[in-house]
Design a protein around this ligand. Structure first.
Ligand code: HEM
Length: 120
């Protein structure tokens, strides 16, 4: 007895694409989220003194501060100084922020701040 479908031409799988217009632009919310992820302002140059107000505080997003308010205030120089070693460890092992590790350049600035007297 013949196999079901035997003798019939295989039907090619439908090809799907974005069409001539290409993929849709990312949604405004995604763009806003991406923006929120970028630190406000340039990172300090190699020989530049790192200060909390100018260089470290801007690295912490509003959502970071909110998420961590149960433990400390990421916008307070005193609080960050008090937890600097643990914060640096978490940044270096990539466990925080938990929705996406910082790029190395940002971690390096935080580390440099901790090694140069944690200036206000
Ligand atoms: C001493 C260092 C830190 C410790 C012990 C710590 C611990 C935690 C814990 C227990 C949570 C809640 C549950 C979890 O998601 O695991 C959390 C959430 C979070 N932390 Fe930290 N954290 C530290 C530093 C940081 C830093 C430096 C940032 C930002 C640069 C950060 C950003 C966040 C965010 C964004 C969330 C919320 C994630 C979500 O939306 O669920 N944390 N952290």
């Amino acid at each position: 007895m013949a196999q079901p479908g035997a003798g019939r031409e295989p039907v090619p799988a439908p090809r799907w694409g974005w069409g001539p217009g290409g993929p849709p632009a990312s949604a405004p919310a995604d763009q806003a989220a991406d923006q929120a992820d970028a630190p406000a302002g340039p990172l300090p140059g190699p020989g530049q003194q790192v200060s909390f107000a100018a260089h470290i505080k801007p690295l912490f997003r509003e959502r970071d501060r909110h998420s961590m308010s149960f433990a400390f205030d990421l916008w307070s120089a005193d609080d960050v100084r008090g937890h600097a070693a643990d914060i640096l460890k978490r940044l270096q092992d990539g466990s925080m922020p938990c929705n996406g590790a910082w790029p190395a350049a940002r971690i390096e600035v935080f580390q440099r701040w901790t090694e140069t007297g944690m200036q206000p």
